[in-house]
Design a protein around this ligand. Structure first.
Ligand code: SF4
Length: 585
């Protein structure tokens, strides 16, 4: 039956597994069975470095098997539902209910209905409270757990921080109590209590939110003495001591990042006030040069990939970047392997790197000035020397780069009309800088996102701009750019930003809205061609929750739904940063 289905769906390779370097474990022999679930398509999930690390880490444990499950595309879901089949793991094609754990990698809030879809296709009740010992434990980790409250009802527990630091402790506790738990001698609640002994574990059933009569969150209390008042994030202290991923799975179809990703650093030494990724990966850590080189050679040998990409939040800050590029290029050049860098931060040091970058791969260059005016850049704490920046741009044109992409944001605090115009002026100046080099105007792609004031950032107290304001600003910029052929303009869908903001800032009450949107057919909300805002509008109205409630400005002394989590930077420090931004306005 499965083969029949595979013949009818788009890209069947998404569902067959069998890739090069796949883990070969005997499902029935393994004592602990872990399904690593990614709530987006195979091509996206397989590009996730964290997923690959946990997959290999778990499969290296003798009595554990880890298999992958990705969100099925709509055609596959239809076939599974019509034929009454359940979703299955890629490695051994087992049903989800046969696993001990379903571990979700949660990178993006707009994937939440896909999480529910995977549970539903596995015939698991959506809410954790409805799943007894017969079901796998459903756990989650990743960027979204910076505020896990909107999805707290669906999960048994969350890992706060870097999962590779914690996952073996989770396995050890489960191994100790597995027989008792599965035989019914130990309740699920008692097992979950045992997991509380691990720092960085958040078990939602042991906490109670308390609301004011007006619906504001007043407090968030542990219900049992074992549950910590504040949950501290876990992280790898030294990137050189951590697990090194060398058995790199090579898919049969092309994926979003179809190359070796070499993680050279975690965290970022800068402190842009809107940036949640910096807090998620805090503190800033760098991997030693020799470790990276060994990793590069070994991974290349195991895969045969023809491209290596250096990854990290801000790779231009890697202390040995020049040396690393030099060595990698000299080693891989004759093998025909290219080395690429992700988008580059505006940084004068980079001018030294240009000759190296061109020796590697002449793709377009991407920069993220984020704001057009100096005043707004100060407010968001994104500093760079504009004069030096334009010198770099000229150098890029001289070296033959033709396509430049610039990322900006609108909806920034204290933004005025002249700040919007400054975006266009900045991009125009970048395009015209080419005239100094070869008398032609350059082509600049202007990509404009909307600021989402995310949890645990200094901007978490800000109001998210409402849809009308965002649409007005987008139209304003559109009109100003009209007729400027050297500028290509694209905006992130403002309805998607609006929903992402609600899903990232809400509390536990939002779970009913997510369930409602799921049953109405919402899937793949992160994909513009699948996203249907009307389903969410219906869901909000059905559950009688006003989404705008979660986007309001917050008072500094207000209890926030994510305040019980300690991601490494305390609220006072964030508030001090917020006040610095206000002082600039
Ligand atoms: S936006 Fe980039 S440079 Fe700024 S803190 Fe975040 S990762 Fe670092």
């Amino acid at each position: 039956m499965l083969e029949d289905i595979l013949l009818q769906v788009n890209k069947p390779a998404r569902y067959i597994g069998q890739e090069w370097n796949i883990a070969k474990k005997d499902f029935n022999q393994a004592k602990i069975k872990f399904a690593l679930c990614f709530p987006d398509l195979y091509e996206v999930g397989m590009s996730n470095l964290g997923l690959r690390i946990i997959y290999n880490l778990l499969n290296n444990i003798e009595d554990v098997t880890c298999e992958r499950v990705f969100a099925p595309d709509l055609d596959m879901e239809r076939h599974l539902r019509n034929s009454g089949q359940e979703i299955f793991s890629l490695e051994s094609r087992h049903r989800l209910q046969e696993f001990d754990f379903l571990g979700f990698s949660l990178s993006f809030e707009l994937d939440y209905t896909n999480v529910l879809n995977i549970l539903d296709l596995g015939k698991l009740p959506l809410k954790a409270s409805l799943r007894n010992q017969a079901y796998p434990l459903v756990i989650g980790g990743g960027a979204c757990v910076m505020n896990p409250e909107p999805i707290a009802e669906f999960f048994d527990f969350f890992v706060i921080g870097e999962a590779e630091e914690v996952i073996l402790e989770i396995i050890d506790i489960y191994r100790k109590y597995r027989k008792h738990f599965r035989s019914g001698q130990m309740s699920k609640e008692d097992l979950l209590k045992e997991f509380l002994s691990i720092e960085g574990i958040y078990v939602p059933i042991f906490y109670e939110p308390i609301y004011t009569p007006e619906g504001k969150l007043l407090d968030f209390k542990p219900k049992i003495k074992e549950a910590p008042l504040k949950i501290k994030k876990r992280f790898i202290r030294n990137l050189n001591d951590t697990y090194f991923l060398q058995q790199w799975l090579v898919p049969y179809i092309s994926i979003v990042h179809d190359r070796i990703s070499l993680e050279i650093m975690r965290g970022c030494p800068h402190a842009c006030r809107f940036c949640q990724a910096r807090i998620q990966y805090f503190p800033f850590r760098q991997r030693d040069l020799d470790k990276i080189l060994n990793l590069a050679k070994e991974t290349y040998r195991n895969t045969g990939y023809e491209e290596i990409s250096l990854t990290g939040l801000s790779v231009s800050d890697y202390i040995y970047l020049k040396e690393l590029l030099k060595i990698l290029i000299s080693f891989f050049k004759e093998k025909g392997i290219s080395v690429s860098l992700p988008s580059l931060k505006v940084d004068i040091l980079l001018s030294d790197l240009f000759p190296l970058i061109t020796a590697v791969k002449k793709t377009g260059l991407t920069f993220a000035p984020e704001a057009g005016s100096e005043r707004l850049r100060k407010i968001i704490n994104k500093y760079f020397n504009v004069e030096e920046f334009f010198k770099i741009i000229e150098k890029a044109y001289q070296l033959g780069y033709q396509h430049l992409k610039l990322y900006f944001m609108i909806g920034l605090p204290f933004e005025r009309k002249d700040d919007l115009e400054a975006i266009i002026d900045f991009a125009t100046a970048v395009a015209q800088a080419r005239r100094k080099v070869n008398a032609k105007t350059g082509q600049v792609h202007l990509s404009i996102n909307t600021l989402i004031p995310k949890p645990h950032t200094p901007f978490q107290w800000l109001k998210m701009q409402d849809l009308d304001e965002i649409k007005y600003k987008q139209d304003y910029i559109r009109k100003k750019v009209s007729g400027k052929k050297y500028l290509k303009l694209s905006f992130h869908n403002c309805y998607m930003s609006f929903l992402e903001a609600v899903l990232s800032r809400a509390d536990r009450r939002l779970s009913e809205v997510i369930i409602s949107a799921f049953y109405k057919g919402s899937r793949f909300d992160a994909w513009e061609n699948y996203f249907r805002f009307s389903l969410w509008e219906e869901a909000f109205s059905q559950v009688k929750i006003d989404p705008a409630f979660y986007l309001k400005e917050k008072a500094p002394d207000e209890y926030l739904p994510w305040d019980f989590l300690d991601w490494g930077i305390d609220k006072q420090t964030l508030l001090a940063e917020f006040n610095k931004a206000i002082a600039i306005k």
